[in-house]
Design a protein around this ligand. Sequence first.
Ligand code: ADP
Ligand code: MG
Length: 307
Amino acid sequence: MDEFALIRRFFRRDVTRSDVVLGVGDDAALLQTPAGTELAISTDTMVEGVHFPAGAPAHAIGWRALATNLSDLAAMGATPAWATLALTLPQADEAWLQEFARGFFELADRFGVALVGGDVTQGALTVTVTIHGHVPAGAALRRSGAKPGDRVFVTGKLGGAAAGLAAYPNDGRGRYLYPQPRVAEGVALRGFASAAIDISDGLVADLGHIAEASGVGAQMALEKVPQAPELLRFNPDKAFAMALAGGDDYELCFTIEPKKLDDLRARWRPEWTPLSDIGMIDSGEGVRCVKSDGSMWVPAAGGYRHF
Ligand code: ADP
Ligand code: MG
């Protein structure tokens, strides 16, 4: 199967979005952004053996490559619309591609995302997705808007991905292989959150990015950080570390002025991931985790770094 047959067979599908003027098959896709919006674009690459274990299920790789990208748009409060996919494969294994495409499109269909282009090359297994979405002009959630006095919130529970990785390959459709991007939640935070980020490197590291970009500090109450139920089988110290520094959970962390809270809570739909108030922004520096006995908790390492 040559490159073109492969693209036709696995990645060229009928597109139902009316804003796709031209999708897969030409030299570039043509897309129509709604009037009054800004285009939000983000890219994430996954390399076998670095971002997922060698031999991980193809279905999960397809899902996860799109999920991490959708999570970035969620953190901006953007509505996802289109994606491109650059795939580097050691060989054109049809069974593998079938499963990869199934995982990718399962998630794409859930969020109405159209695959509009990409690239296929031979080499070590690497998956790069570029996600495109839109957000009303001026309404995007940035990392830089947190102010002293704002509350710090997270969606969902943390540490499930770290527990899944520890249990791998016996994690099934758990949080490590199958992150759930908080797209509706991110959109709902427009006009409410003063700053937002998705938790890919670990809560301490990612809240640290908000603090740095905003020129503020943050204080977290350690016991208020909601732990994934999978962490129950670890000792408390290990569980704290996995929830606060584990990474790959793809929940949202955001800050909000206290006076906006009642309104946000009133609008929060029951089907959305629950919110937890975990701390406060102050004029200090960095992220400090305080235990209920008043002592400080310091994570061993703050997030994964490639270099
Ligand atoms: P070119 O050589 O002009 O860059 P390609 O041969 O790489 O074009 O791709 C042909 C068409 O197939 C283009 O529209 C491209 O966007 C699309 N395409 C290539 N790889 C993928 C993929 N993995 N998923 C979706 N579309 C793809
Ligand atoms: Mg090309």
